[in-house]
Write a protein that binds this ligand. Structure first.
Ligand code: NAG
Length: 494
């Protein structure tokens, strides 16, 4: 027995050694980072995603530098932090970083034909089409701005219905923001109590909270086991189907009605485009349309609604800032109504809105990209097809760039004479080839919604509450904890 066992264990020892050497060798190609152990990689460093928040990630850059690799099992993820490094990556190497990584999880939920998760020609064509179409829709007869004004007034009415009593503003905000997006995509809006709408909102919330959770990480590590087990990832699959089936229903409805009128919304334009582009290389079909709808809906609604929720929460905790905004609006514009162009005359208001974005940057990990070729960033070599994630939190909380990074301070965006200043750090807001499609629409919407609400109400804490928690719940995005506010009507004398 002993005689057989010994060569066997010697063989095993040699195999193990070879395996470890091979691993070590392949890891050497990537920038250094937390020690990568077999199977789990560097996940021990982020405690397997449990209690993961924006600060956990930030601590790593202090330890490992501005370019480092975190191994998700066998998958390398390169993190960029620090303004200069992120700028070099996103702007300097925009083309090389224009890919979008697939992962076992993305493949599992079968997304990848729209804009967010697509690559190469497919992505280029879809994105170009979306940009052009959104421009068309924005400048048409029913301009986007006047549509947004209608939605802003609706939101004010809904807040007014609460008669100053405590209520949770989350659902009305989501509904209102989604009305803007739905109007553009579908040509109609959803009533607050619509079942399809509620289902859609629940689904998106579930899907985005799953991102970055332990369940998600386990799935990326052990896809072949997880696919066979029940768990939240199965629910995500179901929820994704719900989201896509809603899109399918809309597409069908639009197809039936399209011949009877001029194109009016995104789906109309897309369907016409499918007709026109019947060549075999075309990437336009109903499946990609459905994926585009989901992508635009998540980007346009979820992210925008989170910004609005943070804005209202942060301002409710800071009545003095609300008063200053109102005073500025009264002084500059008097009682005339506000349009987006006015933001240029309202430096303080504009600074506060930017500070909200800095202080609680919803997409705290930036948007992950994949390298389309080998690339060098700083002193580091990053091979083709590596996932690269910019750490936006690090940039927005860097004491070298901001006077009081931990504190909410509108002066970050004002010079000493009270003029608004653009901060170069903000150019990174989705810079490069993957920049945010709806940035202009988003800014317009935030400005008009918030000024309309502040003109109509004092946002106040519910009686007996000292302060709303500004802690974050982390998933794919930074979400505030559930909370209630009171919207007390301002004196109608002004
Ligand atoms: C969204 O639009 C629907 C339909 O016009 C309307 O009933 C609802 O009140 C709107 N919601 C908000 C929050 O504006």
């Amino acid at each position: 027995m002993v005689a057989i066992q010994e060569p066997l264990s010697a063989l095993l020892a040699i195999l193990l050694l070879l395996y470890l050497m091979k691993r070590w060798w392949s890891h050497q190609r990537y920038p250094p980072g937390p020690l990568s152990l077999p199977i789990i990689g560097g996940l021990w460093r982020i405690r397997f995603g449990i209690g993961l928040n924006e600060r956990t990630i930030n601590k790593m850059s202090k330890q490992y530098g501005n370019v480092y690799t975190l191994w998700l099992g066998d998958m390398p993820i390169v993190l960029l932090s620090g303004f200069e490094t992120v700028k070099e990556g996103l702007i300097g190497h925009s083309e090389e970083l224009s890919g979008k990584g697939s992962s076992p999880y993305v493949t599992f939920i079968k997304r990848g034909k729209g804009i967010t998760f697509s690559n190469g020609d497919l992505w280029k064509q879809q994105r170009r089409f979306a940009v052009v179409t959104m421009r068309k829709l924005g400048t048409g007869r029913k301009s986007m701005e006047s549509q947004i004004e209608v939605d802003a007034q609706k939101l004010v009415e809904i807040f007014a219905c609460e008669k100053g009593q405590p209520f949770d503003p989350a659902l009305p905000i989501i509904n209102s923001v989604s009305n803007v997006t739905c109007n553009m995509l579908f040509g109609h809006r959803f009533p607050l109590e619509d079942e399809n709408f509620k289902e859609l909102v629940d689904s998106i919330e579930f899907i985005t909270k799953f991102g970055g959770s332990l369940g998600h990480i386990l799935f990326e590590l052990f896809p072949w086991i997880m696919k066979r087990l029940p768990g939240p990832h199965m629910k995500v699959l179901e929820r994704t189907k719900i989201m896509l089936s809603l899109g399918k229903k809309e597409i069908l409805k639009h197809k039936e009605e399209l011949s009877s009128h001029e194109p009016q919304d995104f789906i109309d334009y897309y369907l016409l485009h499918i007709e026109k582009k019947k060549d075999p290389t075309s990437t336009f079909d109903e499946d990609s349309l459905d994926d585009c709808i989901s992508d635009l809906f998540i980007a346009g609604t979820h992210v925008s609604a989170l910004f609005m929720q943070w804005a209202i929460l942060l301002l409710t905790n800071r009545p003095d800032i609300q008063d200053k905004i109102i005073k500025e609006i009264d002084d500059v514009l008097g009682s005339s109504s506000i349009c987006y162009e006015d933001h240029k005359q309202l430096p303080y208001t504009n600074a506060v809105f930017h500070e909200i974005m800095r202080y609680r940057f919803v997409v705290f990990m930036g948007i992950g990209r994949q390298t389309t070729k080998d690339v060098n960033i700083g002193r580091y070599f990053i091979p083709k097809e590596t996932v690269v994630i910019p750490d936006m939190y690090d940039i927005f909380y860097d004491p070298q760039h901001w006077e009081t990074p931990e504190e909410f301070n509108p002066n970050h965006f004002l010079d000493k004479d009270g003029n608004f200043i653009t901060r170069k750090e903000f150019l990174l807001f989705g810079a490069g080839a993957r920049a945010c499609l709806g940035e202009h629409m988003g800014r317009m919407q935030h400005f008009l919604f918030l000024t309309s609400l502040l003109k109509a109400f004092h946002l106040q804490l519910p009686p007996g509450v000292k302060e709303l928690s500004e802690e974050t719940v982390v998933g794919m995005f930074l979400t505030p904890k559930p909370h209630k506010i009171c919207a007390v009507p301002r004196e109608s004398s002004s």
